[in-house]
Write a protein that binds this ligand. Sequence first.
Ligand SMILES: C[S@@+](CC[C@H](N)C(=O)[O-])C[C@H]1O[C@@H](n2cnc3c(N)ncnc32)[C@H](O)[C@@H]1O
Length: 207
Amino acid sequence: MSEKANFSNIYKFYDLINTILTLGFDKSWRGKAINSLTGTSVLDLGSGTGASYKQLLKYETTAIDPDKKMLELNPFENKVIGSAENLPFKDNSFDNVFCSFVWRNASDTNKALDEVYRVLKPGGRFVLLDMTRPKNSFLRILHKIGTFKILHLIGLITFNLKEYRFLYKSLDFYPQPENHLKKDNFIDLKIKRMGLFDFVYLAVFTK
Ligand SMILES: C[S@@+](CC[C@H](N)C(=O)[O-])C[C@H]1O[C@@H](n2cnc3c(N)ncnc32)[C@H](O)[C@@H]1O
């Protein structure tokens, strides 16, 4: 991907916009994803402003994000600046890597998946939640029109057209998760769809 979103430009609006875009369902989708966690330790990968903070309270969580400004608003105690493609942790460090609404921003998902595998303990889980396009071609067109209009409108209102255009395009960066996500070295991978038109997916990898 040559284009990148600069989340520093939109960090103040990020949580609000996410709630609008997901029609307020983001919390319940995160909750469903968190139900798949195991053990006690979690790496919240791409933690941003810490939207998962309250839902992850019972876990020993380390938050990591490349964006300093997003992390400044993040309430987790253990915070690290870093990216999915180069995780600054030892092998077999966490019971879980939790990653919500981040994966389509990663510049190299193969490298990121290798890194996630490396830092997970044996039996650990990689719980991946993200948005994509609906599988049904008619619903996909409706979804494209809807997200185009909403994201461009928000971009104009907040004077951050470039960032919101990136968010719109990012929904098409990768093929559908059922075709794109591979088990690789993991012993199990389950993918399920959620949300209106099934435009959200939850993938649970087990090491
Ligand atoms: C859409 S926000 C999601 C924040 C939070 N996880 C949530 O559920 O709302 C995307 C976050 O991914 C971070 N990000 C972008 N590229 C990343 C990468 N390569 N590795 C880790 N995080 C990344 C951004 O800085 C941003 O904070």
